[in-house]
Design a protein around this ligand. Structure first.
Ligand code: FE2
Length: 347
């Protein structure tokens, strides 16, 4: 006889709990939190529970925005990898992404969330919403909890959209009708000191300038080579708002991050983002968006072993600065594409 809880036993001991600061909108709790209250849960049984509940977990992540699993028997990154496999979602490899963050793979599916130094704050964004390719799902896992700071703030982007539409209707109209253009400068070689230091070779998955240009052309980007070998690119027009369900819209973009945070030795945030017609964003409206997102933030105060499943089309994330060691890793799943459709154009 094993001392481990049976699946039935375990299922009865995994319960939704309330956490401090949890938010409530209509029928949803943000975030939704399951605690494993069995002390003798084995990894295999927990994985069997995840497999059996897979569809429900994904639906809950969409409904609530994020599902946090706490006190599950996931003490290592390898266990987290096994949890991701139990969700059986197609992997979105970092290598294939156009993300501008420098990351290091830990397993085939799991990588460091961002190699930027502790004092660097990362602002709210939907993962890769500034590129035509984005992941539907994000899974974060805390390997080592930070000593001080280092929370991962989450923000319900559907709620933010509604509030912003009330506060700045003209701005939201501009966002919806004009879309957004993002500009950034990529270094010649990876620069781990920057939150956006991924080299153009790595970002585009190429070795030569010719191949870089071919890839950019295929993606609809424009570009300018800098004298120092850096590459300045501007995206095609991308949407600023996503209708995830009839009547449920989210502020799906990287506006806040680009405007507040795309700053390093190569990048100037005032150059980073424009409307699709080239016009500047309304600075007061952007300040309102930043303020509202901060008001709506739920800070995941990490405990080692925590795993969070996020629907990237519903929830934005960020990173607070921290002190000491903090290891939060991530995995992305289900590549989706987006392109801007102006009114009258059909998809
Ligand atoms: Fe991110």
């Amino acid at each position: 006889m094993s001392n481990h809880a049976s699946l039935e036993d375990l299922a009865s001991k995994i319960q939704p709990i309330e956490v401090e600061g949890q938010q409530h909108y209509k029928e949803s709790d943000f975030p939704y939190v399951y605690q494993c209250q069995a002390e003798n849960a084995s990894l295999d049984t927990a994985l069997a529970w995840v497999e059996g509940k897979r569809d429900a977990l994904l639906e809950e992540a969409t409904k609530h925005g994020a599902v946090l699993l706490r006190d599950f028997p996931f003490p290592t990154v390898e266990d987290f990898d096994a949890y991701i496999q139990a969700l059986s979602l197609p992997n979105f490899p970092y290598k294939k992404s156009l993300s501008n963050a420098v990351r290091v793979n830990r397993t085939e599916r799991v990588f460091s969330a961002n190699e930027a130094p502790p004092e660097v704050q990362i602002f709210f964004h939907h993962e890769m919403a500034q590129t035509p390719l984005f992941p539907r799902w994000i899974m974060f896992y805390c390997e080592i909890a930070p000593e001080k700071g280092g929370a991962t703030p989450l923000c319900r982007s559907d709620v933010l959209y509604d509030r912003l539409k009330e506060a700045c209707p003209k701005f939201i109209e501009d966002c919806e009708t004009k879309g957004l253009l993002y500009t950034n400068v990529m270094p010649d070689e990876d620069d781990p000191k920057s939150g956006m230091g991924r080299s153009w070779k790595s970002t585009l998955g190429v070795d030569t300038k010719e191949d870089a240009e071919a890839r950019l052309l295929a993606l609809g980007y424009s570009w300018i080579w800098q004298e120092d070998g850096c590459l300045k690119v501007t995206t095609p027009k991308l949407p600023a708002v996503m209708e995830v369900d009839p009547g449920r819209k989210t502020f799906f973009n990287q506006l806040i991050a680009a405007y507040s945070g795309w700053k390093d030795s190569r990048n100037d945030p005032s150059e980073a983002i424009r409307h699709g017609d080239g016009s500047k964003l309304d600075a007061d409206a952007v300040a309102t968006a930043i303020k509202l997102a901060e008001e709506l933030a739920f800070d995941v105060a990490w405990q080692a072993g925590d795993a969070v499943l996020i629907d990237n089309t519903i929830v934005m994330h960020a990173r607070r600065s921290f002190e000491g060691t903090r290891k939060v890793v991530a995995s992305l799943a289900c590549m989706q594409t987006q392109s801007f459709q102006s009114e009258g154009e059909s998809a």
